[in-house]
Design a protein around this ligand. Structure first.
Ligand code: NAP
Length: 263
């Protein structure tokens, strides 16, 4: 059994993750942490099996519960320190929280190597989203003019989404950097053309009613091609999270992206 602690247990993702871990026969939920403690995991996840009390002190929980893996779905401003704390306690982080900068990921890589403890980060744990990114990278070789529209619920704290950022990075690996649109175009309202990643425009929509969605639109002579992925429920992320928990201890250092775990 792989012992798991869930950080961010009260959150929208945390609750779904608790339920998924409890139901997986290869995983054992040994701890749950959030800013507010006290409630039992059964109460917040709706799954009364093996209920445990939510704690507030991550370091204490890591030392006392001795998990193999810490799943983190917290907040952009908290995730970096959580990951470092887990690594210093030789617990492997499986990280879904988005918003980590490249500089922070580099420090995480170094800390992971220093403590000989692997860490896994995925901006998107949904298999469909991973396939969208891989297919987009292929298409961009032949249709290099591309824009990304990501759409999320209005409680999301960071923009653009980690998925949009990773999609743009993957596309940039295979296409020549170039500016898109008319060379003399003028933005009559600030940021109306979206963010600019190596010439690829990224647009972020935040509205109630959405979960997590993304369109990658390619334009060519007399044609467009649109790839769209929709996570209509948080369950879509669970198979990827559970797979990462089972595989992370066999990895080395820092691994980013669910595609690295697929055969
Ligand atoms: P959420 O509902 O705000 O949940 C985050 C939870 O973490 C809240 O209960 C929050 O408490 C708690 N928290 C904040 N700081 C903490 C800390 N230092 N220690 C422990 N707990 C802490 O957010 P969500 O919708 O579940 O999303 C969480 C993250 O996952 C976001 O970054 C989101 O973008 C990301 N996400 C990733 C994927 C993926 O596939 N990788 C999928 C969906 C979402 P308070 O509310 O009291 O601050």
């Amino acid at each position: 059994m792989i012992k798991v602690i869930v950080n961010g247990a009260y959150g929208r993702m945390g609750r779904t993750v608790l339920n998924a871990v409890i139901n997986d026969p290869e995983l054992e939920l040994v701890g749950a942490v959030d800013v507010i403690g006290g409630a039992d995991s059964g109460e917040i996840s709706g799954n009364k099996k093996n209920a445990i009390v939510v704690e507030t002190d991550l370091t204490k929980a890591l030392i006392e519960k001795k998990p193999d893996v810490m799943i983190d779905f917290t907040q952009p401003q908290a995730v970096f320190q959580n990951v470092i704390t887990a690594l210093e306690n030789k617990v492997s982080p499986v990280v879904g929280t988005t918003g980590l900068s490249d500089a922070e990921k580099e420090i995480i890589r170094e800390t992971s190597e220093k403590f000989d403890t692997p860490v896994f980060i995925a901006p998107n744990f949904a298999i469909g989203a991973v396939l969208m990114m891989l297919v987009s990278k292929q298409i961009a070789k032949y249709m290099p003019d591309v824009e990304i529209i990501e759409l999320h619920h209005d409680k999301k704290l960071d923009a653009p989404s980690g998925t949009a950022e990773l999609t743009a990075k993957m596309i940039a690996e295979v296409r020549e950097s170039h500016q898109q649109g008319h060379p003399n175009e003028v933005e009559k309202m600030d940021h109306v053309r979206g963010a600019n990643y190596d010439g690829i425009r990224i647009h972020s929509v935040r509205l109630p009613g959405y979960v997590a969605h993304q369109e990658v639109i390619f334009g060519g002579l007399g044609q467009t091609l649109t790839i769209r992925h929709d996570s209509t429920g948080r369950d879509s992320f669970m198979p990827g999270v559970l797979l990462a928990c089972k595989k992370v201890r066999s990895l080395k250092g820092l691994t980013v992206g669910l595609d690295k775990l697929l055969d």
